[in-house]
Design a protein around this ligand. Structure first.
Ligand code: BGP
Length: 491
C-alpha cells in the first residue's frame, strides 16, 4: 500500500513568525508582537493608572525578531517558488487577523491587507499548491486584549464573525481548507497568546498581567471560542459549500503515556489527555461538552453556562476535519510534575526512546507517537486528519563551503513519515503531512532565529542582524525526493 495519490505534501508556517512588516500597510500589533517567545511571562505592556488600562510598552533591551521576522511580507513569491521546488502540493500559513481588521473591532476591513493575502493565495494557486489557511495562529489583535480582555468578552464572537465572513467572502474560490484557532488547547499554559485572553478589569497585580489572568476569564474565553468555532463552520459552509473547516490542536499531548502500569498513572495519563486535548477536541468534533468539566469547574470555583441555543450550535456545526501538530510524546507519573512548551508536555524521561534532538533544545524523538496519535484521534472522531506541524528545530550554521548537512532532520522526517504510513495501513484517514517550518522562521516558543526548522536556511540571527539571504540545506533535496516518489522511497 502506498500513500494516497492526492496526499497533501507540504509545509506550514505562520504569519507572525514569517512575515515581519508588523506595522506595514495599516496592520496594528497583535499579541505575539509584544512578547519575545510565546512562553514568555513578561509581555510588553504597562498599566496606566489614570485610564485603568494596559498599554503597549516594549522592552528596549529585548530584540523582538518577529517584527521583521524573515521578511516574508516582501519575499513570499520567491519563497513559494522554493517550496514548489520541493514539489509541495500544499502550503499552510495564517492570515494575520490584524492585517484585515487592524484593531479587531473596526466596521470595515483594511483593503491593503486583503490585497496582500489575495496575491499570496493566487501565487500558491499558480504554483499548484493547495492553501491551508489558519484564521488565527496566536494572532489576536492587541487592541482586543487591552480594550476588552480578549476572548473572555463575548463581543469577540461578533468581531470574529465579521473577520471570518470577510475572508471567506473575499478569498472564495482561492482557499478551501481553513483552520480555526491554532493550538487553542494551550489556553491554560499560555492564555494570552493561545486564547487571546487576559484579565484587564481590575487585575490582581497589574505588573504581572499573565499571572493576574483568572481561571474564570480563561473559561469564559473557552466558552466564547467554542461558540465562535461553531459559527466559523456555519459561516464557512454558508459562504462557500466547497469550504472545509478544520480545528487545529497541539496533539503531542495525546501521546501522553502512563509512565508505568500503576493504575494511578493510567488514570492520570487519561486525565492529562482530556485536559490538554479532548476538552477542545470533543466539542469541536463531536459537538459534546465533556461532563468531566463540571467537576473541574466546581474544583476551580468557576461558573460556565452554555445556553440551549449555544449547545445546539456547537452540536450542529462540528468541524470537517481535525488538523494537529505533533512533535514528541510525554509520560505521566503521578508523583512527577508535568511541564510543557511548544513541543508538548514533558514528564519523566521515557527510557524506551532511543533518539533525542541535539541540544540545546533536545526534544525527545518518538516517531511511533505520531502513529499512536493518529490512531487515537481517528478512533475517537472518525474524521479526516491532517498533520499540519511536525519537524525538528536545530541550531545550525553554514559550514566552510557554505552548506548545511542536516542529516538529523532527514532522519527525523523519514521516521515520522514511515509511521504516518503505518497509520494509513492501520486504516486511519490521514490526508496530508505538512512539515513545520520548511523555511527558517522565528521560533514561536523562544522568539529566536537560532532554532531552525527549515529545509531552506535564512541568514538572520538572534541579535537581529543578517542579510536574509536564502540557502538550501541538504534536507531540501531529501524531502523533494520523498515527495517526488509519493513517499515510496521510505517504504
Ligand atoms: C507550535 C506552533 C508553531 C511553532 C512550533 C514549533 O506550537 O504552532 O507556531 O513554531 O510549535 O515551536 P518552536 O518554534 O517553539 O520550536
Amino acid at each position: 500500500m502506498s500513500f494516497p495519490k492526492d496526499f497533501l505534501w507540504g509545509g506550514a508556517i505562520a504569519a507572525n513568525q514569517y512575515e515581519g512588516a508588523w506595522l506595514e500597510d495599516g496592520k496594528q500589533p497583535n499579541v505575539t508582537d509584544i512578547v519575545v517567545g510565546i512562553m514568555s511571562r513578561q509581555p510588553g505592556l504597562k498599566w496606566n493608572e489614570e485610564t485603568k488600562k494596559y498599554e503597549m510598552c516594549l522592552d528596549p533591551n529585548k530584540v523582538y525578531l518577529s517584527h521583521d521576522a524573515v521578511d516574508g511580507y516582501h519575499r513570499y513569491r520567491e519563497d513559494l517558488k522554493l517550496m514548489k521546488g520541493m514539489g509541495f502540493n500544499s502550503f499552510r500559513t495564517s492570515i494575520a487577523w490584524g492585517r484585515i481588521y487592524p484593531n479587531g473591532d473596526e466596521e470595515e476591513p483594511n483593503e491593503a491587507g486583503i490585497r496582500f493575502y489575495e496575491d499570496m493565495f493566487r501565487c500558491m494557486r499558480e504554483l499548484d499548491m493547495e492553501p491551508v489557511i489558519t484564521l488565527s495562529h496566536y494572532e489576536t489583535p492587541l487592541h482586543l486584549i487591552t480594550e476588552y480582555g480578549g476572548w473572555s468578552d463575548p463581543k469577540l464572537i461578533g468581531f470574529w464573525k465579521r473577520y471570518v465572513t470577510t475572508v471567506f467572502t473575499r478569498f472564495k474560490g482561492l482557499v478551501k481548507y481553513w483552520l480555526t484557532f491554532n493550538e487553542v488547547n494551550n489556553m491554560f499554559r499560555i492564555p494570552l497568546v493561545a486564547a487571546g485572553v487576559m484579565t484587564v478589569k481590575d487585575p490582581k497585580d497589574p505588573s504581572d498581567p499573565i499571572g493576574s489572568t483568572t481561571n474564570q476569564d480563561i473559561w469564559d474565553a473557552y466558552h466564547n471560542i467554542l461558540v465562535a468555532n461553531a459559527e466559523t463552520v456555519r459561516l464557512g459552509h454558508e459562504i462557500d459549500p466547497e469550504n472545509q473547516v478544520g480545528c487545529m490542536l497541539t496533539s503531542s499531548n495525546v501521546a501522553t503515556y502512563p509512565y508505568s502500569c500503576d493504575p494511578r498513572n493510567v488514570m492520570g495519563a487519561l486525565e492529562t489527555q482530556r485536559m490538554s486535548n479532548f476538552y477542545f477536541g470533543d466539542p469541536f468534533c463531536l459537538g459534546i461538552i465533556p461532563t468531566y468539566l463540571n467537576k473541574v469547574w466546581k474544583e476551580q470555583g468557576v461558573t460556565v453556562t452554555f445556553t440551549d441555543e449555544e449547545r445546539k450550535l456547537i452540536k450542529d456545526y462540528t468541524v470537517d476535519f481535525f488538523s494537529f501538530s505533533y512533535y514528541r510524546s510525554g509520560t505521566y507519573d503521578y508523583d512527577f510534575a508535568i511541564s510543557g512548551d511548544t513541543g508538548g508536555l514533558t514528564g519523566r524521561t521515557n527510557p524506551y526512546l532511543k533518539d533525542k534532538a541535539p541540544q540545546p533544545w533536545g526534544w525527545p524523538v518518538d516517531p511511533e507517537g505520531i502513529r499512536y496519535t493518529l490512531n487515537v484521534l481517528y478512533d475517537r472522531y472518525h474524521l479526516p486528519l491532517m498533520i499540519v506541524e511536525n519537524g525538528v528545530g536545530l541550531d545550525e550554521d553554514l559550514d566552510e563551503n557554505g552548506e548545511i548537512h542536516d542529516t538529523f532532520r532527514e532522519h527525523y522526517i523519514d521516521e515520522h513519515i514511515r509511521n504516518v504510513h503505518k497509520a494509513l495501513e492501520d486504516g486511519v484517514d490521514c490526508r496530508g503531512y505538512l512539515y513545520w517550518g520548511p523555511i527558517d522562521v522565528v521560533s514561536a516558543g523562544t522568539g529566536e532565529m537560532k532554532k531552525r526548522y527549515g529545509f531552506v536556511y535564512v541568514d538572520r540571527f538572534n541579535d537581529g542582524h543578517g542579510t536574509l539571504e536564502r540557502k538550501l540545506k541538504d534536507s531540501y533535496k531529501h524531502y523533494k525526493e520523498i515527495i517526488e516518489s509519493n513517499g515510496e522511497i521510505l517504504l
